[in-house]
Ligand binder design. Structure first.
Ligand code: PMP
Length: 418
């Protein structure tokens, strides 16, 4: 029996053992673990609010202050490179802010995209990207155009060509730092090109989702050029709307989100929100300001998250290297991110779906294969996202061993000549 056959046989018999004793592990979504949530317990139990007035004299228990309290706008402005006037504080979800921006531009602003003669409305989707961005666009009837990521952001040759020619392309999503799921960050050159590029649509919008702005996993803390001032300098102050949230700093179910943009855009969105609510939760904003305080307190808090998360990423790399280093290195490629929440696997073509199916059949749930592509459509069928934050190191080790077996099985069965 040659080496390949014995490896395949071993994988088959190992898989049969997993089948006999199915597991119950999920690495499908980037959810903070119990241990991470505990880091922010004092937000609820220890923070005492001794004064009900905000710095701009709003009673935080009462109605009012749709833009957020002054001290929260200032604090989150430090993450967004915006002034307090250029910052709006939302509820616990930045996705809700993004959806609201899209919905406003699509339907409720003056000359909304949906009434444009250039139809259908289209968006550039740097891929592999965040599946919830894609489902949001699909839900709103916006057609998605995938553009490949290069390792330092979207392929700008392609982006510039598309947006300069087609006025129905109204915008794009960018996750600038530690992208979900590839982990890459945009280069300064990409920032400048996005800020300065000619767009056929004069109301072109970049949704700059900086969800992982302070979520480092190594000492090499990636910093990105400020796109907001770059776009102002190029004469496009309204092009970029930035988003951050505390979902992965404090508590995803009870955090604070923020949006940074020109005062024109901020006022437009305040008008939009003003039709739905009188104010977001200002007590939670105050609590977050007291807990997160300033940039250095945030950085120290994020180091505690790193202490919990980093070993999981190290483990993934170690196990994959042990299986697929050396002579088997053509089976799969994987990312070693410097921050964020995900590892992305590029399998051989036509293997990803089958691998995820095999994992599911033994009780290990991964994000659906190719979900990082618009419409879940990836002709190469080679994309798998791993989200290790929620599982324990023990579970992670078991799941990764099983994943390696499944990769072996599918790759060796699909590719005769390896
Ligand atoms: N954007 C990106 C890129 C994300 O990965 C996530 C969480 N997985 C979110 C937004 C969700 O943000 P929020 O909880 O603030 O809605």
């Amino acid at each position: 029996m040659d080496h390949k056959e014995s490896r395949l046989d071993r994988a088959k018999s190992q898989y049969a053992l997993y089948k006999e004793r199915p597991l119950d592990i999920s690495m499908a979504r980037g959810i903070p673990s119990e241990e991470q949530l505990k880091l922010s317990e004092s937000l609820i139990s220890d923070i005492k609010i001794d004064k009900w007035l905000s710095e701009d004299d709003l009673d935080i228990r009462n109605y009012g202050g749709l833009y957020g309290i002054e001290e929260a706008r200032e604090l989150f402005g430090t993450l967004l490179n915006t002034t307090a006037e250029e910052t709006l504080i939302g509820g616990n979800s930045s996705l809700q802010l993004m959806f609201s921006v899209l919905s406003h531009h699509m339907f409720t602003k003056e000359n909304p995209w949906s009434a444009s003669k250039d139809m259908p409305v289209k968006f550039i989707c740097p891929s592999p990207g965040y599946d919830r961005h894609w489902s949001m666009l699909e839900y709103l009837g916006i057609k998605m155009i995938p553009v490949e990521l290069t390792g330092s952001g979207p392929n700008m040759e392609v982006v510039e060509k598309l947006v300069s020619q087609d006025p129905s392309i109204k915008g794009m999503f960018v996750v600038p730092k530690y992208n979900n799921p590839t982990g890459e960050s945009v280069s300064n050159e990409v920032v400048d090109r996005l800020a300065g590029m000619h767009t056929a649509a004069d109301d072109f919008l970049i949704l700059w989702d900086n969800a992982y702005v302070v979520h480092h996993l190594t000492n090499e803390k990636v910093e990105i050029k400020d796109i907001f001032s770059a776009s102002k300098a190029f004469g496009h102050p309204d092009r970029v709307i930035q988003f951050v949230s505390t979902s992965k700093m404090t508590l995803p179910g009870a955090g604070v989100s923020a949006m940074g943009a020109s005062t024109h855009n901020i006022n437009e969105m305040a008008k939009y929100f003003g039709k739905q609510l009188i104010s977001f939760d200002k007590i939670n904003q105050k609590r977050h300001v007291k807990f997160l305080k300033d940039e250095s307190t945030i950085a120290a808090h994020m180091e505690k998250h790193r202490d919990i998360l980093e070993p999981k990423f190290t483990w993934i790399d170690a196990i994959l290297s042990a299986y697929f280093g050396g002579e088997n290195n053509s089976f799969v490629e994987w990312t070693t991110p410097k921050g964020g929440y995900f590892v992305h696997l590029t399998t051989r073509a036509n293997c990803a779906r089958k691998i995820v199916e095999l994992m599911s059949a033994i009780g290990i749930t991964l994000t659906p294969a190719n979900a990082a592509y618009p419409y879940g459509s990836n002709p190469l069928d080679n994309s798998i996202r791993l989200a290790p934050s929620f599982v324990s190191l023990d579970q992670l080790e078991i799941a990764m061993e099983a994943l390696c077996v499944c990769i072996d099985l599918v790759t060796l069965e699909n590719y005769e000549n390896l």
